[in-house]
Design a protein around this ligand. Structure first.
Ligand code: ZN
Length: 90
């Protein structure tokens, strides 16, 4: 089954949208939020915007999860992810 794109790292890692799936690449818990500047309760009050900056810096949406994430598989990589990485320079 084709997976859904994580709103933070842009990888195709989510089984569903809005059902609290955890992205294995950035560890974001997806409650279906799209608003990039909304403090996200199930992600320790981090916004999608902050989460992206943290992902580029630490490899996880929050520093505390940096050891719980993994690199994306080739089939999970999207243009959104590539653009993010290019702009962020990791
Ligand atoms: Zn992600």
């Amino acid at each position: 089954m084709r997976k859904f794109i994580c709103p933070v790292c842009g990888c195709r890692t989510l089984q569903s949208r809005g059902e609290n799936d955890i992205c294995q690449v950035c560890y974001w818990q997806d409650d279906g939020e799209y608003d990039e500047s909304f403090p996200n309760d199930c992600n320790y009050g981090v916004t999608i915007k902050q989460a992206r900056a943290n992902f580029l810096k630490y490899g996880a949406y929050d520093k505390q999860f940096r050891k719980s994430t993994r690199k994306p598989d080739r089939y999970e990589i999207t243009d959104i992810y590539m653009k993010l990485i290019d702009n962020g320079g990791i």
